[in-house]
Design a protein around this ligand. Structure first.
Ligand SMILES: [Fe+2]
Length: 242
């Protein structure tokens, strides 16, 4: 299982604020049996200079790697694989933005895209649809469950786009939304799951418990198929950019 959405790199956004928190989060993923984690710090085109963002992300990752390389932690080799990425907040002109490939999940053309929480317009939905055509990048809409109360026609148009959808573990863990989450997963609307973990307390690593809910409701083989589909999607979008 891949955790496609997380904020555990130290000191780069509102996620982990130290290497020790990052390590504790990584250990939580290991214990929960999550094999791959996308490190997706927030990227806001209005606030972040892309060159600086990539440099800060590399520095944050290097801090963790230093611990890996000099570690006293015995289980380091069993820790999940880490893939660098970003959670890119939608902005006007994103479909024509030159720097999107560098923000995709490392080695792929998959882009974790966060939509605005304000009321959408049809122009915004249309622009997301243009991203693939103009850049070859496949958007993965982050925590789709947060947008289901947008205007009905726009939600339908958004779900009809040829993009992927990610939902947070919380969607499956909350009694109020679990049925809806399982229905969307079973229907194939949701491809990727994520903890959207920021720390060890308020917004913790919780994908493992969500996977258990899915296993209990839809069966172990469903989870195995979903995991296979996730890795196939990543392989289908291996970047051809030089
Ligand atoms: Fe996030």
């Amino acid at each position: 299982m891949i955790d496609f959405h997380s904020h555990f790199l130290p000191g780069i956004d509102d996620g982990a604020d130290s290497v020790s928190v990052s390590l504790a989060m990584l250990d939580a993923w290991r214990v929960q049996g999550i094999s791959t984690i996308a490190a997706t710090p927030h990227f806001y085109a209005t606030r972040n200079d892309p060159v600086r963002f990539l440099s800060d992300r590399a520095d944050a990752y290097e801090q963790l790697k230093c611990v890996f390389d000099n570690t006293v932690y015995p289980d380091v080799r069993t820790w999940p694989d880490i893939r660098l990425g970003a959670e890119v907040h939608f902005f006007d002109g994103i479909s024509r933005y030159d720097g999107l490939h560098e923000l995709c999940l490392e080695g792929t053309d998959l882009l974790l895209l966060e939509m605005p929480f304000r009321t959408w317009t049809s122009r915004m939905v249309d622009e997301v649809g243009l991203i693939s055509a103009s850049t070859g990048i496949k958007p993965v809409a982050a925590h789709i469950e947060r947008y289901l109360d947008q205007p009905r026609s726009l939600v339908k148009a958004f779900l009809d786009l040829d993009i992927c959808f990610q939902s947070n573990a919380e969607f499956f863990l909350s009694g109020a939304t679990s049925r809806k989450a399982l229905k969307m997963l079973k229907r194939g609307t949701i491809t990727f799951l994520g903890s959207d973990a920021h720390n060890m307390d308020g917004r913790p690593v919780n994908l493992g418990p969500a996977v258990e809910v899915i296993k209990r409701s839809l069966g172990r083989s469903f989870v195995e198929d979903l995991t296979r589909r996730q890795y196939e999607t990543i392989n289908d979008y291996v970047s051809v950019a030089i």
